[in-house]
Design a protein around this ligand. Structure first.
Ligand code: ZN
Length: 162
C-alpha cells in the first residue's frame, strides 16, 4: 500500500476527531482502516485518547467564570478609557503649545517695544524672555505628557492588582 494512503488516512482521522469530514472521505477512510491493520490500530488509539481526555473535562464553577468575565470586562474598559484619556492629553498639549506660542509672540512684541523705550540691550531682554516666559510655558504645556513618568508608571491603577 502506498505511503501516501497511510498519511492521508491519518490526516483524515485527525480531522474527523475534531470536525466533520465529507461522506466520500469517510467511506475512503473506513475502507482503508478496515484493510490496513496499522491505521486501524492508530484509529483505535486515537479514539481511546479522545475518550480519556473527555474524562478530564473540568467542571467550571459558574461564580468563578463570572468573576473572571467581570475582571476581563473591567480591564478592557480601563484600557479603553486610558486610550481616550491619552487622546485628550495629546489634544490638550497641542492646544497648550499653540497658546504658548501665540502668547509668546504677543509678549515678545510687547517686551521688544518696552526694551527699545527703556534702551535695554536686546540680548538682555531676550534672555529674560526665554528664561522667564518661554521655557516655563513650554514645560507646563508638555507636563501632562510626562505625568506618568514623573509620578511612576502605574499611577493610573491606584495600586490595584487584578
Ligand atoms: Zn494505512
Amino acid at each position: 500500500m502506498p505511503l501516501e494512503n497511510h498519511e492521508k488516512a491519518r490526516a483524515l482521522l485527525h480531522r474527523a476527531l475534531v470536525d466533520r469530514i465529507s461522506l466520500k472521505d469517510r467511506r475512503w477512510l473506513d475502507a482503508h482502516v478496515g484493510q490496513c491493520p496499522e491505521c486501524g490500530r492508530y484509529a483505535d488509539l486515537s479514539a481511546r485518547a479522545v475518550r480519556a481526555l473527555d474524562g478530564f473535562a473540568i467542571e467550571l464553577d459558574p461564580a468563578a467564570a463570572l468573576r473572571v468575565e467581570n475582571v476581563v470586562r473591567r480591564r478592557a474598559e480601563e484600557m479603553r478609557s486610558a486610550e481616550s484619556h491619552a487622546k485628550s492629553l495629546w489634544i490638550g498639549t497641542g492646544v497648550a503649545i499653540f497658546l504658548t506660542f501665540t502668547g509668546s509672540a504677543l509678549t515678545w512684541r510687547t517686551l521688544a517695544g518696552l526694551a527699545s523705550q527703556w534702551n535695554l540691550p536686546s540680548r538682555a531682554w531676550e534672555i529674560v524672555f526665554a528664561g522667564f516666559w518661554l521655557l516655563p510655558s513650554l514645560l507646563l504645556a508638555l507636563l501632562p505628557l510626562f505625568r506618568k513618568r514623573l509620578l511612576g508608571e502605574d499611577s493610573d491603577s491606584k495600586g490595584q492588582t487584578i
